[in-house]
Design a binder for this molecule. Sequence first.
Ligand code: ADP
Length: 182
Amino acid sequence: MKKHLLFLGPPGAGKGTQAALLSEATSYLHLSTGELLRKEIDLDTYLGKQVKDIMNKGELVSDELVLEIVKKILAKDNNGWILDGYPRNLSQVNSLNEVLRNINQPLEIVFYLDIPDEVLIKRLLMRGRKDDNEETIKTRLKIYKQTTEPLIEHYKNLSLLEYINADGDFKTISTDIKQKMA
Ligand code: ADP
């Protein structure tokens, strides 16, 4: 069973839902940079104040900032992990590699959750999070296509990529993911 996983895909693909389900089933740590940043905003911390406007606009917060968060969490002892929302660009891929080299825990599998644009726009509008309005969704999708989508090719070349059709009900998708992990 693979223990060091990554979920890749556009906003609204269901990365958070699937990562949470898998984390419950396996007890692997679910590391969602988006969730952690939102928590900082809710608690109105120094970090939260720094990222609030950027996140509400749908833009990416700085690589340095997210790296600090990821480093702190992955350094702790844990029984496997699931990365969700990180890395989001090639520079974050390189930083992650270095972190993983240091802790001697190589990434074993990358699930690419694929879903048509129309479906995810509908899903996001229904979800109604603070950054889920039409304007922000447009920005997030544009950034996804420009900076995150190239990661698919990158991990494919490393033979780490597993394709998941994410346009379906969450149980079917979850079963598919578990089968591919074994
Ligand atoms: P979604 O995948 O639906 O966009 P997330 O919770 O993953 O939702 O991310 C929400 C927001 O958090 C992003 O739009 C971005 O502003 C910020 N964020 C999350 N992860 C990162 C990251 N790795 N690098 C930079 N910004 C991030």
